[in-house]
Design a protein around this ligand. Structure first.
Ligand code: ATP
Ligand code: MG
Length: 259
């Protein structure tokens, strides 16, 4: 089971869209995949129209109360793709875990423990787990980084992109040193690209100069169909199979599969 955290503390850069559509692309390639909503805003939960049953659980219950992650897993409309929904109480995780666990490492390892138990019990043999992080470097993102094998960083082509990136990479490096020595940067992935704009081309060129091969080949163009798909509760693969965004996420999936 490979665990990929989709993280960037900057809001609205395409984390959730990438989690949903990369998950769907991996599932379409025949790989059993699980997407996990770690954001109290619940955008992934809404994007896939996940409904928690009356007696059902969310990622909050798994992280705070230690409920088995398997109890939160729901099917999606896509074969081979399942999902763990969040709920708004996830916003209180920092305070609740701080009250419950004195040891900062234990607080940061809740999701890692939960995924390890899931992996042991998982008869469906999930191959890929994608963690949709909230737009902050708080305890939820830290839990994702401690649980992950690698980090995928979606990024928008804008002037300040590089600045936020160095803070994120510092955090990744610090967590790697202290709590998760195997953590790797999988790569930076450009979203909402408009190649007609000089700025887009300049930003991509600058980031490539700085990071070299850590910038992925795949990039997703700005796409109205991609932005519309969540309101239908569908990944773009099902909403508009012929769109350029589908091709872009399939290319990203191939990069994930080949590394
Ligand atoms: P947050 O930080 O709030 O969690 P996020 O990083 O998860 O945001 P998304 O929710 O994936 O970002 O995307 C932000 C908005 O941009 C959404 O409305 C989404 O539909 C839209 N969007 C994402 N990718 C694209 C794209 N390639 N083209 C057009 N719109 C996009
Ligand atoms: Mg999001």
């Amino acid at each position: 089971m490979r665990v990929l955290a989709v993280a960037n503390q900057k809001g609205g850069v395409g984390k959730t869209t990438t989690t949903v559509n990369l998950g769907a692309a991996l599932a379409e390639a025949g790989r059993r995949s699980l997407v996990v909503d770690l954001d109290p805003q619940g955008s992934l939960t809404a994007s896939l129209d996940l409904r928690i049953a009356e007696d059902g659980y969310s990622t909050y219950d798994a992280i705070v109360d230690g409920e088995p992650l398997a109890r939160t897993v729901l099917p999606t409309g896509v074969e081979n793709l399942s999902a763990c929904p969040s709920d708004p109480s996830l916003a209180g995780v920092d305070l609740e875990l701080a009250a419950e666990f004195r040891d900062p490492k234990r607080r940061a390892s809740r999701l890692r423990e939960s995924l390890a138990a899931f992996s042991r019990s998982d008869s469906a043999t999930t191959e890929f787990v994608l963690l949709d992080c909230p737009p902050s470097l708080g305890l939820l993102t830290v839990n994702a980084l401690v649980a992950a094998d690698s980090v995928l960083v979606p990024m928008q082509c804008e002037f300040f992109a590089m600045q936020g990136l160095s803070r994120l990479l510092d955090t990744v490096a610090r967590i790697g040193e202290s709590w998760n020595p195997d953590l790797q940067l999988f790569g930076v992935f450009f979203t909402m690209v408009d190649r007609r704009m000089n700025l887009s081309r300049q930003v991509i060129a600058e980031v490539r100069r700085g990071l070299g091969r850590q910038v992925l080949e795949a990039e997703v163009p700005r796409s109205v169909r991609l932005a519309e798909a969540p309101s239908f509760g569908l990944p773009v693969q099902l909403y508009d199979p012929g769109s350029k965004a589908v091709a872009a996420y399939s290319k990203l999936a191939r990069e994930v599969l080949s590394r």
